[in-house]
Design a protein around this ligand. Structure first.
Ligand SMILES: *Cc1c(COP(=O)(O)O)cnc(C)c1O
Length: 362
């Protein structure tokens, strides 16, 4: 078996032990004579998996009982709409901090639902190379919520620390860095994350939401879009993506076995130092467009001297077993996504390749 060095942006690398466990349990889950996919979502066998995934997430992230943990569908993109549908009343406005493509999309969905404004943007000619400073946020103290994006998957920027939003609940799209570092859940009113970066396979989105916000959510929207519906039904109102939740459980068990978020954070810091260190060391050939304080540890973007060399880099890297390095089509360049399942060895292999590529083509 050969597994490549997978730097995909999402769907992305999954931890091998989580996949191997799924392989071993695929055809006959715990002696039940069927796979977990074939079990009823209302049966005891699946319910145990469902609850284990929720409990592991609560432990790993330190989520208190003031919050509901929901397993939903429609990806992070559906949350762009569900957040304002639930939390934005007609007499209110919501604040959006624009730090990349995903936050722009979130804002445009909110504007279809109600009043929403830009509380800050770091865009210059449509590009983002940093996150704003606290002093740059023009927050409306009466806003229903402030929307943030913790890590900008396409532009390779990340908040090193989260800004304060005062008394206004912070809502955060953490799709591409949840579970990558420690943070204080209690600073947020709502957190959402599509699973396909750090949590598991696509098809599942995790929502962590304060119960008082759930209770105060609007009732004049279809039931399926209300957080309250899913909270009251333990995310079993409709048939959930059972196999994706099962795999999430495997990923969370792996995360726990490594020593939880503190250990993962340390590992991610080392990976980032290794790759950014190489980019900075080989600065006559590679260039990172992101401001140093905003550099993402999850998505490392960089440029080569020409687009021709970038294309050659991607194609030769692929042949060498280093895949998924092409930057997002909207920005070009190179992007190496270093999610939790990407190991220090994977990053070392990339750095060795970068050194020899620069020596040959520089
Ligand atoms: C990938 C991503 C999304 C989109 O996720 P979908 O599950 O495809 O809707 C949204 N926000 C961020 C920050 C992302 O990285």
């Amino acid at each position: 078996m050969t597994r490549v060095h997978n730097f995909n942006a999402g769907p992305a690398a999954l931890p091998l032990p989580a996949l191997e466990r799924a392989r071993d349990e695929l055809v006959d889950f715990q002696g039940t004579g069927m796979s977990i996919m074939e079990h009823s979502h209302r049966g005891k066998t699946y319910e145990a998996v469902h609850h284990e995934a929720g409990a592991l997430l609560r432990t790993l992230l330190g989520i208190s009982d003031d919050y509901a943990v929901l397993f939903l569908q429609g990806g992070a993109s559906q949350q762009f709409a569900m957040v304002p549908m639930n939390l934005l009343r007609p007499d209110q406005s919501a604040d959006y901090v624009l730090t990349g493509v995903w936050s722009e999309k979130a804002l445009s969905e909110a504007k279809l639902v109600g009043k929403a404004r830009t509380a800050a943007t770091t865009a210059v000619d449509g590009r983002y190379t940093r996150v704003p400073k606290q002093s740059e946020l023009e927050l409306d103290p009466a806003a229903a919520y402030v929307h943030l994006t913790s890590n900008n998957t396409i532009f390779g920027t990340q908040w090193p620390a989260f800004p304060s939003t005062g008394e206004v609940p912070a809502v955060c799209d953490m799709s591409s860095d949840i579970l990558s570092r420690r943070f204080d859940v209690s600073r947020f009113g709502l957190i959402y994350a599509g699973a396909q970066k750090n949590l598991g396979p696509s098809g599942l989105v995790v929502v962590i939401v304060r119960k008082d916000l759930v209770a105060a959510g609007r009732k004049d929207i279809p039931k399926i879009f209300r957080y309250a519906t899913h909270a009251e039904n333990d995310s079993l109102y409709n048939t959930p993506p059972t196999f994706a939740i099962y795999l999430l459980r495997n990923v969370l068990l792996w995360t726990e076995s490594l020593g939880g978020l503190a250990a993962i954070e340390e590992q991610n810091r080392k990976k980032g130092e290794l790759l950014y260190g190489a980019i900075d060391r080989l600065a006559s050939f590679y260039r990172c467009p992101v401001e140093r304080e905003s550099r993402s540890l999850m998505n490392v973007v960089y440029r080569l001297p020409s687009e021709e060399l970038e294309a050659k880099f991607v194609s030769e890297a692929t042949k060498a077993g280093l895949v998924g390095l092409k930057g997002h089509r909207s920005v070009g360049g190179i992007r190496a996504s270093l999610y939790n399942a990407v190991s220090l060895e994977d990053v070392s292999a990339l750095v060795s390749f970068m050194e020899s590529f620069a020596a040959k083509n520089g």
